[in-house]
Design a protein around this ligand. Sequence first.
Ligand code: NDP
Length: 304
Amino acid sequence: MAKVLDGVEIAAEIKAEVAAEVKELAARGVRPGLAVVQVGHVPASEIYVRNKVQTSEELGFLSERITPPETVTTEEMLDVIRALNDRDEIDGILVQLPLPKQVDAKALLDAIDPAKDVDGFHPINAGRLQAGRPALAPCTPAGVIEILKRSGIPIAGANAVVVGRSDIVGKPAALLLLNENATVTICHSKTRDLGAVTRGADILVAAIGRPGFITPEMVKPGATIIDVGINRVTEREEFDRFFAGNEKREAAFEKRGSVIVGDVHPAAFEIAGAYTPVPGGVGLLTIAMLMSNTVQAARMRRGL
Ligand code: NDP
């Protein structure tokens, strides 16, 4: 029976550690500050931002939510970022993606002070990560590493295969695994005979954005599967392909008209040695690592 790598438990552990650090910093007169910039009203962003702000408040951060209108220009957004860069009490700046079409997202991310770049998307932090130097690492890939380490899954020497090469997930996940001494292969949409590559994985990270894409025959029995994917399934036919006979999911689908599925077909988990469930896996770590990065930024900016 495959071991479930429980994101709820691990995220709670990390948040408790962050809370302890916040207390320690408070004794030195420091309160970590996180500013979240959310443009317009994308429903998914609303939920993510609410969770981020709520968690940062629970942990005792100074927490700010800035909500420019949907019509905001790049120049106006750059002014918002510059003002946050200049404020000493703000340690972390996060711009919630996606942004409206008229806004140049890259220009904004490049304008964030790298010392306050708690999402780890600035080229300076990407470069530091690449060079194996201390860096604010992107939250989701950092969460992948935490899950592996805290679950006692050996990374050094393991064959790690990352499917997906985005700047936000796949690429940094591969670099972090490499920095932990895994032998890393990165796959993408042009990879030939993907299954042959993924079957060689001791650790398989799926960050593709396609529901249930990794099927059982693509997985080595006993492998550790980290499923980063978050996909909403609304069609009955697709639902049945993943969850036919699963009473709990059936009830959820009936109630809400949709369920969340990862990039890995649930049947593939059955032959794994260990896996992260969706929901309840990597997703929860993303917010926990954002909190951890904000405390790290608060310390580093003050030389603590
Ligand atoms: P992107 O769309 O930016 O990247 C997807 C990657 O998958 C690309 O590199 C693409 O290859 C590759 N890919 C697409 N189709 C195939 C295929 N047929 N075979 C092999 N590779 C393929 O997605 P993200 O990296 O932003 O996100 C990936 C997933 O992770 C999504 O489900 C997203 O919702 C989820 N996510 C979850 C988070 C969390 O908190 N848990 C946070 C962020 C994302 P190519 O480069 O060649 O196009």
